[in-house]
Structures are given as C-alpha cells and as structure tokens.
Design a protein around this ligand. Structure first.
Ligand SMILES: *[C@@H]1O[C@H](CO)[C@@H](O)[C@H](O)[C@H]1NC(C)=O
Length: 181
C-alpha cells in the first residue's frame, strides 16, 4: 500500500513537471538574405508546442547589434506593452540584463540554443531546438497567464556611423495557461 502510494506520487510529480504551459501560433519572420538563410518554425506534438530555428549565418555581425524585443499582453482585445527595449548585445549579455523579463527569457533560451547570445556573431549554423516552457519556468512568476504577442528585431550597425541594417525580424503569438492546468 505504502509502495503503491509512493509510486503514484512519483508519477503525479513526473506528469506535473512535464506539463506544457505555452501555445505558439501566427509566426511571421523575415531574414536578411545577404546575411543568413534558414527557417524559423513552430512544432506541435500532442499538446506540446515548440518554437525552433535553424539559421545559417554567412556574414559576421559585430560592431553593434541591437536586439529589440517587444512583448505585448492582449487584454480585452487591446495590447498592453510589457517590454520594449533596445539591447546592444555587443555591450551587454542579455543574461546580465537589468530587465528581469529579458534576463529570464535569455536564461530560459540558453537551454535550447547552441550559440552565445552575445555578439560577435560569427558565420555558422545557429540552432534553437524546440524551445518551450513548462510549469517550472521562472517566467511564469513574472508574467501572468494570458495571450501575448512577441516581436523581435535585430539591427546591425557594423560601425558607429553606418546606417542600420535589419538582420532579422519575427513576430509570434503565444498563450500561457499555467494556472488552468
Ligand atoms: C550548432 O549545431 C550545429 C549542428 O550540429 C553545428 O553545425 C553548429 O556548428 C553549431 N553552432 C555552434 C555555434 O556551435
């Protein structure tokens, strides 16, 4: 009896740990063809949604690379901006950002990428492998359940007086539903 109970508890714990709490949809993206080619995609398996990328960078990006994430929360049909910030990844590693949402997303992302978030970005293949969030994610303590849109733009300034070159841009909708599981 005791053994069975322990086993049951263990099973419940295992199931809870792997509970997916995010759904991705409506992905749009543009890559600068002079710099890179590849794909950004959403995968779904059973009820689990994953966000991925497989991109080949052909030209080195250094000097200044400004990453601008825009996170908006959809409440009653209206978007409320939760994050809109310029990050110079040649100066500050997003893992060290003063912004806690940036820092938490960056930390979460490092589990799924095989490259450094910090510039310079050398030519090579950059993978984001099945990014997802589970019920243990610290991000859930920073932003409430609900619907969101995340946009991200990366802009390259090879020298301080060069005009901006857009490297990539994407937009994705996602829903967090941790409390309802
Ligand atoms: C990431 O993984 C791919 C595929 O294994 C590899 O070709 C690439 O060199 C890796 N990138 C880095 C920066 O390690």
């Amino acid at each position: 009896m005791f053994k069975q109970l322990t086993l049951l508890l263990l099973l419940v714990q295992l199931i809870e740990q792997s509970t997916a709490v995010v759904k991705f949809e409506n992905l749009k993206y543009e890559l600068n063809k002079d710099y890179m080619h590849g794909n950004i995609f959403i995968k779904s398996q059973n009820d689990k949604y994953m966000f991925g990328a497989d991109v080949e960078l052909m030209k080195k990006a250094e000097g200044s690379v400004i990453i601008t994430p825009l996170l908006q929360h959809l409440v009653k049909g209206e978007y409320h901006t939760m994050l809109n910030i310029d990050l110079d990844t040649c100066k500050v590693d997003p893992l060290m950002s003063e912004n806690s949402i940036v820092r938490t997303i960056a930390k979460e992302a490092t589990k799924f990428i095989n490259f450094s978030l910090m510039c310079p970005y050398n030519p090579g293949r950059y993978l984001l492998n099945d990014f997802t969030l589970d019920s243990e994610s610290p991000l859930l303590k920073l932003i409430p359940d609900g619907k969101y849109q995340m946009q991200l733009t990366a802009t390259h300034y090879p020298t301080h007086d060069s005009p901006p070159i857009q490297l990539l841009k994407y937009s994705i909708d996602f829903e967090l539903y941790s409390a309802t599981s």
